[in-house]
Write a protein that binds this ligand. Structure first.
Ligand code: ATP
Length: 232
């Protein structure tokens, strides 16, 4: 099996705080990886290190078999990260944001960015500051997808979306991943809807991976253990 993200002994300390502790990870390529954990479990830290924005204290990290070093995320790979506070210019129209995406990316797929916005009915000439939180999330996602990432890292992309939009977004992301070979890692607190959110689960607890595997298999074995009416 090909692993999109592989870590050995990955550790990140901020002074006395251990944000990640000795993590060994093998996360499959071309899947949607749901990254779950309580506040402070280390989700954002892991994504920042995978993106190359942050340097690990120790350990190794491979992205599609190539080492990741700070400032040069997966050299040769295209990695896009979308932080929790979506980086949009309030006075730019949606179309301006696409121009901005095009001007800051060597490889830009305008058709892919536009078709994402069309699917979610985002008005192209409205200023970003006048969009709803959910629409802003779609614009940020469209810009990220336009950069044609091999690995797309999304920090709580579903937080502003209603349940119907959440299902639509994750369904469309799965379709994008299947079409393009992209791997998506998304962090979420919405564990109850996990079966619709991702197809591989990574549960972090206090900086350590405590559960990882195929979401449907994990849910099935959970239901076998505790019965069909139980919630996760
Ligand atoms: P949340 O769900 O609340 O966003 P998270 O799972 O993303 O949390 P991180 O943001 O990765 O967790 O934080 C992991 C730990 O590292 C926490 O204890 C946090 O306080 C600490 N931490 C994160 N960034 C820093 C920093 N720049 N300096 C010091 N401590 C930090």
């Amino acid at each position: 099996m090909t692993f999109a993200i592989e870590a050995r002994g990955l550790t990140k300390r901020y002074g006395d705080v251990w944000a990640l502790r000795d993590c060994d990870l093998q996360l499959p390529a071309n899947r949607i990886i749901a990254l779950v954990g309580a506040n402070g479990a280390g989700k954002s830290t892991l994504m920042s290190i995978v993106s190359g924005l942050l340097r690990a204290t120790s350990g190794t990290l491979l992205l599609n078999d190539r080492p990741v070093v700070k400032g040069a995320a997966g050299t040769g790979d295209r990695v896009a990260i979308l932080a929790q506070d979506k980086p949009l210019y309030r006075d730019f129209s949606v179309t301006d944001m696409l121009h901005f995406g095009r001007s800051t990316n060597r490889v830009w797929d305008q058709r892919r960015a536009l078709s994402w916005l069309e699917r979610f009915d985002v008005p192209l000439n409205r200023r970003c500051g006048k969009l709803s939180g959910g629409q802003r999330a779609q614009v940020a996602l469209a810009v990220a997808l336009g950069s044609r990432p091999d690995v797309l890292l999304l920090d709580e992309p579903l937080a502003n979306l209603d349940p119907v939009a959440r299902t639509e977004v994750t369904g469309e992301l799965m379709a994008e991943a299947a079409d393009t070979g992209m791997t998506v890692m998304l962090s979420t607190h919405i564990v109850a809807e996990l079966s619709g959110v991702g197809d591989h689960l990574l549960l972090l607890d206090a900086g350590r991976p405590v559960l990882t595997g195929d979401v449907e298999e994990l849910l099935e074995s959970h239901l076998r253990l505790v019965g069909p009416r139980a919630d996760l």
